[in-house]
Design a protein around this ligand. Structure first.
Ligand SMILES: Nc1ncnc2c1ncn2[C@@H]1O[C@H](COP(=O)(O)OP(=O)(O)OP(=O)(O)O)[C@@H](O)[C@H]1O
Length: 260
């Protein structure tokens, strides 16, 4: 399946001289097309840096990052990014926001309109097409952002703590919606989160990064039957075991931060 991400000996250094910071050091990791991977790690370990490198927003210092075998050279419509703060256009309505990527891609009006409406419906936003972002709740704004990204059909979804600003019930609703979308649309998803439970609930693999400079520390494989209701999943023995495994690895990194 398309949407494979290859990361080989990635190094990212910001700044020069006394301002020099090595954010990522010798990180190698491959993600299969259609796979859902979460990335967790201590604050400042380079999670967002990694995501923005895959997005093509940032240059790399050393190593290679490729999509389907082709080294990344700037942003592209094969990758869509969803941010924590939604990044909607405040002067555009819901429909106009969702139409944005389709307009940029030169999709004819009628087809763009039908596609936008399909994703508006999929994200339960029907009836809100003509509202402006300021008239929406946080959860609705994030659903608009997701619809906007999905509408131009990227193979890869890059999500930077997308539900971090939402309260728990909303977060859970959006997590379940994302699992459905992932199942229906065959996307590769790279999902950054601080929430271990969220990472294990959503992903097939969780990569835990070392603290600054960040590299791959451990990878936990999660093979949960996600067709069950949430209550059954989160109370299952396997879910608890995987959560503890990720926690243990993460705690080691956070602990080493405060040791001399
Ligand atoms: N534009 C920049 N210029 C210089 N240093 C930067 C820049 N962006 C990030 N850094 C540094 O790179 C390191 C990694 O930052 P990054 O934001 O990728 O980490 P993170 O794991 O996403 O953090 P958090 O979990 O707190 O969001 C940090 O030390 C940060 O200070």
């Amino acid at each position: 399946m398309d949407g494979r991400i290859g990361i080989s000996h990635l190094e990212k250094v910001y700044g020069e001289g006394s301002e020099r910071t090595k954010a990522i050091d010798d990180l190698s990791f491959d993600i299969d097309g259609g796979e859902f991977t979460s990335v967790v790690g201590p604050s400042g370990c380079g999670k967002s840096t990694l995501l923005y490198i895959i997005a093509g927003f940032l240059d790399i210092t050393n190593g290679t990052v490729s999509v389907d075998g082709t080294p990344i050279d700037g942003p592209g419509t094969d990758r869509g990014v969803v941010f924590q703060d939604y990044a909607l256009f405040p002067w555009r309505t819901v429909k106009e926001n969702v139409l944005y990527g389709l307009e940029e891609a030169g999709v004819p009006d009628e087809e763009a309109d039908a596609t936008a409406q399909r994703f508006i419906d999929m994200m339960d936003l029907s009836g809100f097409e003509n509202k402006y972002p300021k008239e929406l709740s946080g959860g609705m704004k994030q659903r608009v952002a997701l619809a906007r990204t999905l509408a131009y059909d990227p193979k890869i979804l890059l999500m930077d703590e997308p539900f971090g600003a939402l309260d728990q019930p909303l977060r859970e609703t959006l997590q379940d919606q994302l699992i459905d979308i992932w199942g229906d649309l065959d996307k590769t998803v790279v999902f950054i989160t601080h929430d271990v439970e969220e990472a294990v609930y959503l992903s097939e693999r969780v990569m835990i990064m070392t603290r600054h400079p960040g590299t791959k520390k451990t990878v936990t494989e999660v093979d949960l039957d996600r067709s069950r209701p949430r209550e059954d999943i989160v109370t299952s023995e396997e879910f608890t075991r995987k959560k503890n495994e990720v926690w243990r690895s993460l705690r080691e990194e956070t602990k080493s931060e405060v040791q001399p």
